[in-house]
Unconditional design. Sequence first.
Length: 378
Amino acid sequence: MRHAFTNCRLLRDGQLLQDHSLVIEGGLIAGIVPDTGIPSGVPRRDLTGAIVSPGLIDIQVNGGGGVLFNDAPTVDGIRAIGAAHARTGTTGFLPTIISSDHDTIAQAMNAVDAAIEAGVPGVLGIHVEGPFLNPSRKGIHDDARFRALDTEALALLTRPRRGCVVLTLAPEMVPCATIRTLAEAGVLVCAGHTDADYATTRAALDAGIRGFTHLFNAMSQLGGRNPGVVGAALDDTDSWCGIIADGHHVHPASLRIARAARGLDKLILVTDAMPSVGAAEKNFSLLGRPITVTDGVCRAADGTLAGSDLDMISAVRGSMAMMGVSLPQAVQMASGNAAAFLRLSERTGALAPGLRADFIILNDQHQVMETWIGGKRQ
């Protein structure tokens, strides 16, 4: 059955479109039509002026709702994490497994396949963050788990999957030939937790690196004579940069510098969210280490940042406040850009006929009132 959402502002093509309605049918967007053009007999819902936005897509979700994916690499774990993030506007996400052993990574990848087959709302694939990382830029990761990307790991990562596979690695730790093999197999390879120099990063980009994981964090920084990974990321025009706009991981000035250097078309808002998002109990354990969440910041006892307590709609509002972007621009970074990075633009990431009916309804304070995934309210 068709349904029309009317008396609203539709966030489409970089603007808030008025006097138009969103029509959905069978889980898809059937049309964007003038209010006067809704076919007779189609049930209408008056949204009293609310904003209808494309759903938000988070490509780095470690946990939510009190669940850490590393601890629960199962369909039920994925379902719980997705439900927690759906409440704050996320309609598509990648459960993210943090540096672990081969068997746990395999279990996590199989769980994501099973979740997609079972129709768990929102799951688009998996993000494997490590363990092929540089110990000098380990962040909160356990470097005892780091290892080389061998033939066994390569076979696991390149096996055909139901969803997207994003892999974060340190390019100085993996040969360019292996990066090329991964990319040719369809793996979306990102550089992160890396101390590579500019030349090494540039070579990895040429071999198939598609993006950078949480730009500025856990990577060699931009210097006058040593541009580092940050310099390579800001200098390159083809790759994508995930960025955490919570005001804690990246200084607002650095956010604005990234925008000035790269524009907005290749920046992707991410959360790097931990189990605290959507949970009543904020503190949690990560790989055996107690993590304390204070004023929205997740830290280990030694002060190391441990992911974030950020949700996607808060990232949207944060980017507006700190980067000086408009709501349409912020949503583009949080939705359309992520879909394009994942090569899913023909499926989701915008309000357009034929795409999946993934959208959120916002009030004037840009708070999520409702989340819809595949035409179903969550």
